[in-house]
Design a protein around this ligand. Structure first.
Ligand SMILES: [Cu+2]
Length: 126
């Protein structure tokens, strides 16, 4: 009986060690979600949505440039082009949206959730 219990204890110990080894190698191979994605394009301009306003209200990038919006409000917002060139979808607090502009021009956008929010613009130069 004692031998039997000893055998069970040994088996449990082996399983515990094996699980510990497995989870250790997992944590080495899996990138932590807090690390920034190195493949994500670096924005050429950033817009913060703060206090129900796009800030700054106008940004300028060169053609091929990327603009990144971040919702700093607790309320949900969108950054939606009036001519449907881009649409962030609903951004929760802390949500980000990036868009690469490849055609020069002036893009006027607004928030679909709040019609009272002022329009803002992205100017894309040659
Ligand atoms: Cu809004």
């Amino acid at each position: 009986m004692k031998k039997y219990i000893l055998g069970i204890s040994l088996m449990i110990a082996v399983v515990v060690v094996a699980v510990a080894a497995c989870s250790k190698s997992d944590s080495n191979s899996t990138p932590t979600p807090t690390k920034p994605d190195p493949t994500a394009p670096k924005p050429d301009a950033t817009v913060s949505i703060t206090d129900f306003a796009f800030s700054p209200a106008s940004v300028t990038v060169k053609s091929g440039g990327t603009v990144q919006w971040t919702n700093a409000d607790s309320a949900p917002h969108t950054a939606t082009d009036l001519n449907s060139a881009f649409n962030s979808g609903t951004l929760a607090q802390g949500g980000k949206f990036s868009f690469k502009f490849t055609t020069p021009g002036t893009y006027t956008y607004h928030c679909l959730v709040h019609s009272m929010m002022a329009n803002a613009t992205v100017v894309v130069t040659e």
